[in-house]
Design a binder for this molecule. Structure first.
Ligand code: G3P
Ligand code: CA
Length: 372
């Protein structure tokens, strides 16, 4: 067992692990663009920002809990510091997820930047060295929804990507199973414009950990297609890639809309350099005007026909995030019938889902496999 654990922690997909990441026939490898995807054995549960329903997001405590709850992958969003170190935050502005606003020594760092065409005021990771950032502590992003998470405010530092990868290795050794990492490059064009590209340290970190391989338990994701295309085309990154999409708009600085990327032709082109898509969940099952679930779209079938996996975001248990017919009572922050929502989506054939409550995702996956 000790040997097997050691292999797992080097990021290899040992026997038994292919259920986690079955990449055989992946279109970005060699398969013809229109080849149907191989049928996977089970959908992946991705701990969204860790187990962010139970701990402040993007902390090692959040990732660790996600893995212990059974998540197959942990998801760090990545931004960069002034000294070009990757850290896990959802956006470069850190006023909403750390205690920086209460630190008089950093008051003068507050400023306004234009981020992907939008004016944003606050404190930015790229104005802090890693040593400075490490003096801050994480706080709950949505305390009005997740008051219980404020218990942990002030306890946990902002982790580097290296620390997340280290944690992943320790946990897969301890738990005796593979735990994948699903990093997202946040605002890659913005950071490149600052001379602090995300891709170079990302590839270096994955390479150092033996994870820059086609069969690594890794998906690198981005809402911009350009950086994924370039990572694939110049052969820098060998790990699988996932293109994220929203129900509206398009990638920053890209004339093509997300809707255009998701046409059958657009999906075939995406399959040339990516392995999957991460759509907003409403792109799989839209909501009706009254907030109830509507009729599933063709997206899962079209993406599978192009050879792409489909792993939508984000599943959350609180009523305010659920379809109208699955809410329990009138309290917007009480839990509703989140299992029913996830089972419904899993039965559309999706290949995984991002959830803030990985324990619910794991249970939903089991339920979805039971006869309807
Ligand atoms: O990466 C999938 C999902 O996390 C995308 O949304 O905004 O939570 O990063 P966001
Ligand atoms: Ca993300």
């Amino acid at each position: 067992m000790a040997d097997r654990r050691q292999v797992l922690c080097l990021g290899a997909l040992a026997s038994g692990a292919p259920a986690l990441l079955a990449v055989a026939g992946s279109p970005a490898q060699a398969a013809p663009a229109a080849a149907p995807a191989p049928r996977r054995r089970r959908s992946l549960v991705i701990g969204h920002r860790g187990a962010s329903g139970y701990r402040p997001e993007h902390t090692l405590a959040s990732y660790e809990l996600a893995a212990r709850m059974g998540a197959d992958f942990i998801e760090p969003d990545l931004v960069v510091t002034k000294d070009h170190v990757l850290v896990a935050r959802h956006e470069p502005e850190i006023g909403g997820t750390t205690d920086v606003a209460s630190r008089p020594g950093f008051a003068s760092r507050r400023r306004t930047v234009v981020l992907d065409g939008v004016s944003v005021t606050g404190w930015f990771t790229h104005d802090f060295t890693l040593a400075e950032l490490k003096t801050l502590r994480a706080t709950e992003r949505i305390p009005q929804v997740r008051q219980h998470n404020t218990l942990y405010d002030g306890l946990f530092p902002v982790p580097t990507f290296e620390e997340v990868l280290e944690l992943r290795e320790r946990l897969c050794r301890e738990l005796g199973r593979e735990i994948g990492v699903y990093p997202e490059t946040k605002h890659p064009t913005y950071f490149r414009g600052l001379g602090l590209d995300l891709e170079t340290p990302l590839v270096q970190a994955l390479r150092r950990r033996g994870l820059n391989r086609r069969d690594a338990p890794v998906f690198v994701q981005s809402f911009e297609a350009a950086n994924l295309r370039s990572l694939h085309d110049d052969h820098r990154l060998r790990a699988p890639l996932v293109f994220l999409t929203s129900a509206t708009g398009g990638p920053f600085g890209d004339p093509k809309s997300y809707a255009e990327y998701l046409t059958p032709g657009g999906l075939r082109e995406l399959a040339r350099y990516t392995d999957g898509i991460g759509p907003e969940k409403s792109q799989i099952i839209p909501r009706e005007a009254d907030g109830t679930l509507g009729t599933p779209t063709r997206l899962v079938a079209d993406a599978h026909a192009a050879g792409l996996r489909v792993m939508p975001y984000t599943f959350r248990a609180e009523n305010q995030f659920l379809p109208a017919e699955l809410r329990s009572g009138t309290d917007p922050i009480a839990y509703g019938r989140a299992l029913d929502e996830q089972v419904t989506f899993l039965r559309t054939g999706i290949d995984g889902l991002f959830t803030d409550q990985p324990d619910i995702g794991v249970l939903a996956r089991d339920l979805a496999l039971a006869p309807a």
